[in-house]
Ligand binder design. Structure first.
Ligand code: BDR
Ligand code: CA
Length: 304
């Protein structure tokens, strides 16, 4: 069983990633932390609690609210993709559990230091909480197995030509994370835009079970779509964790642009020469999109 902390900004694809992670028996989700991103952090926190509550895990999986804004850059949300609440496509009922009184950074520190085995950090929002954690408690770096982070691209961005949303939102945090020395798997648009959840997959999950209906309704309200399907970027982090054999990766040195027209770009040292062959990330370059859809359907089928 892999122990993970999910640092997230639900957001529809974050909600789908969280749903799969908390229902998969191979993953032990020790903590969920939230960050401002797709919508403000008060909303991402409520949305994380809604998903956890939907699956009846409110007493098992704690949620701690994190950064309200990026380290330096002004905050810009993605409500145009995810709706004003961040998860508008489905009407959740029931009283929500309360978030922890600790901040995300305090809770991450406590959970990581108390763990008897290294923790994997899955980051599917901007990396503000991660950067703050490393700045305040650098000793946690040795206790992390790795960070599996959705974000970045070696190709065209989805905010600007250069930048993907999570990195664009807080490029200074991304730079700190990539300079941390903790092993990073970069799950960027290079794979997430290839592995769309297809209309056929959506039709199948709609009638599978209540969870399938909930995920279907959320996903069809997601604005990040084309005629081939809907991008469920963050779900790719969990797919990678469980099935790395369906991704092609390459070890590269990644640095982050923090100003100018390419602000938020993940710059890869493709030649390898400048950093003397050293690398700081395993970058996902290709994915088996059919295997991703089959796996996603199977994961939803296991839910209630
Ligand atoms: C990333 O941006 C957010 O809108 C999504 O939740 C995902 O984490 C994709 O660029
Ligand atoms: Ca996200």
């Amino acid at each position: 069983m892999t122990k993970i902390i999910m640092d997230t900004d639900p957001g529809i694809d974050d909600a789908a990633a969280l749903s799969v992670a908390i229902n998969n028996p191979e993953l032990d989700v020790e903590l969920v932390t939230t960050v401002a991103g797709n919508v403000t952090v008060d909303k991402t926190t409520i949305n994380a609690l809604k998903i956890i509550n939907f699956f009846g895990k409110g007493t098992e999986i704690p949620v701690a609210a994190g950064a309200v804004q990026p380290l330096i850059k002004p905050f810009e949300d993605a409500a145009r993709i995810h709706g004003e609440s961040g998860m508008s496509g489905y009407d959740f009922h029931g009283e929500l559990p309360k978030p922890l009184k600790e901040t995300a950074v305090q809770a991450m520190y406590r959970v990581i230091m108390a763990s008897d085995e290294p923790i994997t950090l899955v980051a599917t929002g901007s990396y503000t909480n991660v950067a703050l954690l490393f700045a305040e408690y650098p000793e946690v770096k040795d206790k992390l197995e790795r960070i599996v982070a959705m974000g970045g691209t070696l190709g065209c961005g989805n905010m600007t030509s250069a930048a993907e949303f999570n990195v664009f939102t807080d490029p200074h945090a991304a730079k700190m994370m990539y300079q941390s020395g903790v092993p990073i798997v970069m799950v960027g648009l290079d794979v997430t835009k290839k592995a769309l959840v297809t209309p056929e997959t959506l039709a199948e999950i709609e009638t599978m079970n209540p969870a399938g209906k909930m995920l279907h309704d959320l996903i069809i309200s997601d604005g990040d779509r084309n005629e081939h399907g809907v991008a469920m970027h963050d779900v790719n982090t969990i797919f990678y964790l469980l099935h790395p054999e369906f991704m092609t990766t390459k070890k590269l040195w990644i640095d982050i642009q923090t100003e100018g027209p390419a602000n938020g770009e993940t710059v890869a040292d493709i030649r390898g020469a400048y950093h003397d062959g050293q690398t700081n990330a395993d970058v996902c370059l290709d994915i088996d999109a059919e295997a991703f859809n089959d796996w996603f359907k199977a994961e939803v089928k296991k839910m209630k």
